[in-house]
Design a binder for this molecule. Structure first.
Ligand SMILES: Nc1ncnc2c1ncn2[C@@H]1O[C@H](COP(=O)(O)OP(=O)(O)OP(=O)(O)O)[C@@H](O)[C@H]1O
Ligand SMILES: [Mg+2]
Length: 338
């Protein structure tokens, strides 16, 4: 048990660097929305993302895990340029993005990174043939000389995701969920991106299909040297894929670090509870109980304290900051095991 107070601002924002260099560096990102809890009530601030820093090494997979509403998609949307941060900054390769909109940077970003989202059904236009869905980004951004070239590129991309070329003529409605997600991945690869933002890429799929799609993503990562931001509420998915892991709770990192540190030596009671829930056979920790509090009325002190079996008086008044608990390993808990 440590009673050392974390500095108000960790020297290099905790988690802001990764062994092996960084392709993506997220620095002290905060996103505050104004929401009206009821139609006629005054807008109130909702902190969706609270001072989040992390880094992704080239060719690595950063796994962002957390319950619904913890801020995962908000972080992804800021990285993709679909949303601007309230404060904080972002570096992708050698491009820097601040809180202000940057058209030139956005154009570059659209080539450099591509999303693969949760709902393969909603993401694919039901009236468009698969071939056109896959080659559309090329037609818009990097046109090929003729139709034959498009057909060849589509056949190549379908092959890369394990689908036969004849799928180019089908409509999305004729495909299974797993096949649709393969099409979404093929489309994401069309412009040769370096970074894929995978927001719950398998959560709409049957468990048996999830492993196939995750293995495909691993193969593609190896073949193309891709870097992934992988978002999931499912720790098992993140554990299978990630090189580094960040555990989010109400917009803040509870724990952050290399995959093995976080999974084998979890320092935060919340991470310990997530691991216990993912592996019910293990009797390591008390599974987390109760509901996640409203982000409009976050608890004082440590945001996890109302659900924490280790909580003490200090946790109700003093917010723990991320502090080092090992090499490339941080936790935000006054009583984190080091
Ligand atoms: N455009 C918005 N306006 C107001 N509040 C928002 C907006 N987008 C997200 N939020 C709020 O921000 C918080 C974080 O939402 P976010 O979608 O990032 O969570 P998430 O971790 O992706 O959840 P899920 O697992 O359900 O997808 C939530 O409380 C959500 O209600
Ligand atoms: Mg989400």
């Amino acid at each position: 048990m440590s009673t050392r107070l974390a500095p108000a601002h960790p020297p290099e924002a905790a988690g802001g660097s990764a062994p092996g260099g960084t392709l993506v560096e997220v620095s002290r990102l905060t996103k505050i929305y104004k929401v009206r809890p009821r139609l006629l009530s005054k807008p109130r601030p909702l902190t969706a993302v609270n001072d989040v820093s992390f880094a992704i090494e080239p060719g690595g997979t950063f796994g962002l895990v957390g319950e619904s509403g913890s801020g995962k998609t908000t972080i992804a949307r800021i990285i993709m340029g679909a949303e601007t941060a309230t404060t904080g900054s972002l570096r992708i390769a050698d491009h820097h993005f601040g809180a202000r909109h940057d058209d030139a940077g956005d154009a570059w970003r659209h080539r450099f990174l591509q999303p693969v989202l949760q709902d393969p059904h909603g993401a694919l236009d039901p009236a468009m043939r698969i071939g056109r869905i896959i080659d559309e980004p090329l037609r818009v951004q990097r046109p090929l000389p003729d139709e034959k070239a498009y057909r060849a590129r589509v056949a190549d991309l379908l092959g890369q995701v394990g689908l036969p070329p004849a799928f180019a003529d089908r409509l999305p409605g004729a495909l299974s969920g797993g096949q649709r997600q393969r099409v979404a991945i093929a489309r994401a690869l069309a412009l040769d991106p370096k970074l894929l933002v995978l927001d719950e890429p398998v959560s709409a799929l049957d468990v048996s299909i999830q492993a196939q799609v995750l293995n495909l993503l691993k193969d593609l990562q190896d073949r193309h040297g891709l870097t992934y931001l992988l978002i999931s509420h499912d720790l098992a998915v993140v554990a299978f894929m990630a090189t580094r892991i960040g555990v989010l709770y109400l917009g803040q990192f509870m724990e952050l670090g290399g995959r093995r540190s976080v999974l084998e030596r979890p320092a935060h009671p919340y991470t310990q509870a997530l691991i216990a829930a993912a592996e019910p056979a293990l009797d390591q920790a008390v599974p987390v109980s109760g509901e996640i509090p409203s982000p409009l009325d976050p608890p004082l002190g440590c945001s996890f304290h109302p659900r924490c079996h280790k909580a003490q008086a200090r946790c109700r008044v003093e917010k723990p900051l991320l502090r080092p608990v090992g090499p490339d390993h941080w936790a935000a808990c006054h009583f984190a095991e080091t």
